[in-house]
Design a protein around this ligand. Structure first.
Ligand code: NDP
Length: 259
């Protein structure tokens, strides 16, 4: 996605004329990222479960951007291939943000095969086949950006989250593997590892006063992250400013990992 001076873009972060597809954009990080991309000038395709993206769609329309809402359960691999083919037949998608994800907090000794598969199918297998389906035309065209939401648990083990940590470690691995394959074809594949961000995902941690306090004490920035903190990183990695960034997992954690 080469930054072309005079092509209507005023800064390397400007996404005017680009189309970005974001999974799970109805709330939390996905919503902030989708709106952030729209603020940077992108048109959006919101991929998510039926009825979940209405507020995000409205916010993007109010910014004057084009937005299409497409029903998709990212864990349904048949649907991933079909939906990606339909979306990319009608329009060029320049940016894919893999945000949809779930967590299962459970003692390792009690994790069932069904619960394991639900997490891995959503966070990893669906993500890979989204990269494949949306990445194929990017590779053919010779430009595109893929940004996946990884986690601090792409590097650490966490507590009572074995399936999540496994899936997020693998997201980092897939990111690097695809970056190696596709960098020569002009497609940048990167990820963001958010720290502790205040969303529904982390509500149980924040509801536990002791756990919440001990987490906060370890964050040098002295606060939980806001979804907006992730939006800026997503805009950067989706933009021409990141044309020479390949296979990177960008930690955005208020300094947690620096401790
Ligand atoms: P939320 O629980 O607030 O939102 C999750 C989003 O993913 C929702 O929009 C949800 O849709 C969507 N989703 C889940 N499963 C599917 C599916 N099968 N198909 C389509 N959409 C789906 O979580 P966050 O916003 O906090 O998390 C977003 C991403 O960031 C996840 O990948 C998470 O692992 C990651 N992350 C979050 C951190 C945090 O501190 N919050 C830290 C590190 C990583 P619906 O509304 O329909 O349920």
């Amino acid at each position: 996605m080469t930054h072309t001076p005079g092509a209507g873009r005023t800064s390397p972060f400007d996404l005017t004329g680009r189309c970005a597809a974001v999974t799970g954009a109805g709330r939390g990080l996905g919503q902030a990222v989708a709106i952030g991309l729209a603020e940077a000038g992108a048109d959006l395709v919101l991929l998510g479960r039926p009825g979940s993206q209405t507020a995000t769609e409205k916010a993007i329309r109010e910014l004057g951007r084009d937005v299409e809402v497409v029903d998709l359960d990212v864990a349904d691999l048949g649907a991933v291939e079909r939906v990606a083919a339909e979306v990319t037949r009608d329009r060029q998608v320049d940016i894919l943000v893999n945000n949809a994800g779930i967590i299962d907090r459970e003692d390792a000794v009690a994790v069932t095969e069904e619960a394991w598969s639900r997490v891995v199918d959503t966070n990893l297998t669906g993500l890979f086949f989204l990269c494949q389906a949306f990445g194929r035309p990017m590779v053919e065209r010779g430009h595109g950006k893929i940004v996946s939401i990884a986690s601090l648990l792409s590097f650490q083990g966490g507590l009572r989250v074995a399936s999540y940590a496994a899936s997020k470690h693998a997201v980092a691995g897939v990111t690097k593997a695809l970056a190696n394959e596709w960098a020569p074809r002009g497609v940048q594949v990167n990820a963001i590892a958010p720290g502790y961000i205040a969303t529904d995902n982390t509500a149980p941690l924040r509801a536990d006063a002791d756990r919440s306090r001990s987490i906060l004490e370890r964050i040098p920035a002295g606060r939980w992250g806001d979804p907006q903190d992730i939006a800026g990183a997503a805009v950067f990695l989706s933009s021409a400013a990141a044309d020479y960034v390949n296979g990177h997992v960008l930690v955005v954690d208020g300094g947690w990992m620096a401790r």
